[in-house]
Design a protein around this ligand. Structure first.
Ligand SMILES: [Zn+2]
Length: 451
């Protein structure tokens, strides 16, 4: 909850003109996107630039242009998401001026480690962004590995919402992977880069590049694979290229907050002709959720779960709408459903924990937070929320440990410092409490008047 609040404040600031010019120049997809997706991309860029640690290697001086270019290309992968996840597990991005040598003595231009930094070559980033249709983009490739690794391992099967989706993934992706291996072995040309034949994880990353860079050809030559990735990314890049043929849309100047969307949420591009599908209801539900229209969001998620009762993601979003409406008991029940369908659905545990805490069920809430923190150890928000639960249970020392983690994970967030200050008071350590409050004010000067 508080991470979203902090991000909301960040997103209220205007997006710099120079950054927008940089996106237009170096993220060649950007001018082709409809304005609502451009807005979403700018939001993801603002979050990534602010939250990641950006490191120039071998003398490369880190600049806004580098940050905005990389964040802009990576954010293309997130346009179908609900805006909450912005590569949260990637804490730092390391950028070399050119191809670099890894510890396995192989020349390379990109690397991704599970829960580790993304490492990129700036020269290859620029080359990959300059042509939106050459099928090669090292940023898309490396950040796709990060999505793949969200379930703990980079196996080529990203986390999926339901067992049905998982079965479909195994069937379609496996067949296409073996097809590519076959072609590579026989030296036949292929649309997909043959580096994807190295293993299933590379196949996922290479197909992602092709999906965003050569969607029309992928859709024509590998329709099932295209549909699989379209459903995973909840995006249809072929539409951008079809519409944009020869005349990219001019980049918009308007960057006001989206208007109160009472009217225009009814139709979302790409879903108009299929308005009663679970996907369409889900997409409308997410837009309503983001715009604070919780009752409408709930209606959409009610419909979506009625149409597709086995999708954990639909149920945890429904839980969120119920939670925001203060209907905690029902929120906990909806989250139960999500978890029953997919015991690895971390957002289900998060929603249930929040609801249980509000219901005063601190012990069960703590069990849920333990799961969330174990899966997402760098999630400052989860650490903070677990600390509140521990505090309610009187386990103050453990609460301090989580708050200390949250304080270092989110270096511009004041709330964990304020709570730690209260606990220091309660433990009879007023000097520590005073130090925390001073640091909280440094992080958020508006607090000075309130404290
Ligand atoms: Zn790779």
């Amino acid at each position: 909850m508080f991470k979203r609040w902090r991000r909301k404040r960040l997103l209220a600031r205007p997006f710099p003109d120079a950054w927008e010019a940089c996106l237009t120049r170096n993220v060649r997809h950007y001018p082709r996107l409809p304005e609502d997706e451009r807005k979403k991309l700018r939001d993801c860029v603002a979050i990534m630039v602010a939250e990641k640690e950006w490191v120039g290697c071998r003398g490369l001086e880190m600049t806004d242009e580098i940050k905005v270019t990389i964040a802009g290309q990576a954010s293309l992968l997130l346009l179908g998401g609900d805006g909450r996840y912005v590569f949260d597990g990637v804490l730092s991005v390391l950028v070399h001026p050119d191809a670099f040598v890894t510890d396995v003595y192989m020349e390379t231009f990109g690397e991704a480690w599970p829960r580790g930094p993304v490492v990129l070559s700036w020269r290859h980033v620029v080359a990959g962004g300059a042509d939106p249709a050459d099928g090669l983009n090292v940023v898309l490739h490396e950040f796709a590995h990060q999505l793949d690794g969200l379930d703990g391992e980079m196996t080529g099967t990203p986390p999926l919402g339901s067992r049905r989706e998982l079965e479909r993934w195994r069937e379609v992706a496996e067949r296409e992977y073996l097809r590519l291996v076959n072609r590579a072995e026989r030296g036949q040309v292929s649309l997909l880069d043959q580096y994807g034949a190295a293993n299933r994880a590379e196949f996922f990353a290479v197909t992602t590049e092709c999906f965003f860079e050569r969607p029309l050809e992928l859709a024509a030559q590998h329709p099932e694979l295209y549909a699989l990735f379209r459903d995973f990314y909840r995006q249809d890049p072929a539409a951008w290229f079809r519409q944009g043929e020869g005349r990219p849309r001019p980049a918009g100047r308007e960057r006001r907050q989206a208007p109160a969307r009472d009217d225009d949420v009814e139709v979302i591009e790409g879903f108009a002709d299929d308005a009663d599908s679970p996907d369409a209801c889900f997409a409308r539900g997410v837009v309503n959720l983001q715009n604070g229209k919780f009752a409408r969001a709930l209606r959409e998620f009610d419909r979506a779960t009625a149409l597709d009762p086995d999708d954990a993601e639909l149920h945890h979003h429904r839980a969120q709408a119920l939670f925001e409406l203060g209907r905690y008991r029902e929120a906990a029940a909806a989250a139960d459903r999500a978890i029953a369908l997919d015991p690895r659905d971390i957002e289900g545990y998060r929603m249930r924990a929040l609801a249980r805490f509000e219901l005063g069920r601190d012990e069960p809430a703590l069990e849920d937070w333990n799961r969330v923190v174990a899966a997402l150890p760098n999630d400052a928000e989860a650490r903070y929320e677990r600390a509140l639960t521990l505090e309610a249970l009187g386990r103050l020392k453990a609460a301090v440990r989580d708050l200390t983690e949250a304080i270092s994970l989110a270096p511009d967030w004041a709330d964990p410092l304020l709570v730690r200050a209260e606990i220091h008071e309660a433990l009879g350590e007023p000097e520590k409490a005073a130090r925390d409050r001073t640091e909280a004010i440094r992080r958020d000067p508006d607090l000075e008047a309130k404290l």
